[in-house]
Design a protein around this ligand. Structure first.
Ligand SMILES: [Zn+2]
Length: 215
């Protein structure tokens, strides 16, 4: 599960004179002055394109900076840029409002099936490398074609649950969280690749693997 859009910090724009969302340009600016180094991630106002330089490193001694980190900064390493852009906690140093997108790209993969006599539970393992803003109930409703009220009923009855923590349907899923859904109540047609789910239901004893491409 990956957010489609990086979080937007809201800041006062000096050019278009208003509080605006800023988006990451994906560019890191580095300035070395003798032994001291500064680095910024460059953001742009979503209205007028004015820049905001988000400090990443401020007047640091080059010799004391981690070598790999320094090289990543200088190379504008896309993995580092992405990690910084999704670091909401750090963004909150500069603003009290960070807008997170609830548009999430979901890719699915069948990891295996249980050995029980009947296939009654769907266990969903969530991989969320970057925080998403999409609530669990909205995610499940969309991906399983179920109504949110039905999901709430199941959660209240304790048949829809998460491992290890108590399930809060209104919060976004966390990385590593597993959600267990009773299948009799789920609309199997909503599980995406109907043929694969059909096979899963028929071949009770057979272990299935296979990748589903992101939709
Ligand atoms: Zn602006």
């Amino acid at each position: 599960m990956t957010p489609r859009t990086e979080p937007h910090p809201w800041l006062a724009c000096s050019r278009c004179r208003g509080r605006r969302g800023f988006r990451s340009s994906g560019r890191i600016r580095v300035n070395a002055n003798g032994r001291r180094i500064d680095a910024w991630l460059v953001y742009r106002c979503t209205q007028c394109d004015a820049t905001w330089n988000r400090p990443i490193v401020e007047r640091r001694d080059v010799a004391r900076l981690d070598r790999a980190f320094l090289l990543s900064l200088q190379a504008n390493d896309p993995d580092l840029v992405r990690a910084l852009a999704f670091d909401v906690a750090s963004l909150k140093r500069w603003t009290d409002r960070v807008q997170e997108s609830d548009e999430v790209l979901v890719s699915r993969r069948v990891l295996g099936k249980g050995l029980g006599p009947t296939f009654r539970w769907l266990e969903i393992e969530c991989r969320v490398p970057h925080p998403v803003a999409l609530r669990v109930d909205r995610l499940l409703a969309r991906e399983l074609s179920m109504s949110r009220s039905a999901l709430q009923r199941l959660a209240k009855a304790g048949t829809l649950r998460s491992v290890p923590a108590a399930l809060d349907l209104r919060r976004p899923p966390r990385d590593g969280m597993r959600i267990v859904v009773p299948l009799f109540d789920a609309d199997l047609a909503g599980l995406g690749d109907g043929a694969e789910v059909g096979a899963l239901r028929r071949d009770e004893g057979e272990r299935l693997g296979g990748r589903r491409e992101p939709r």
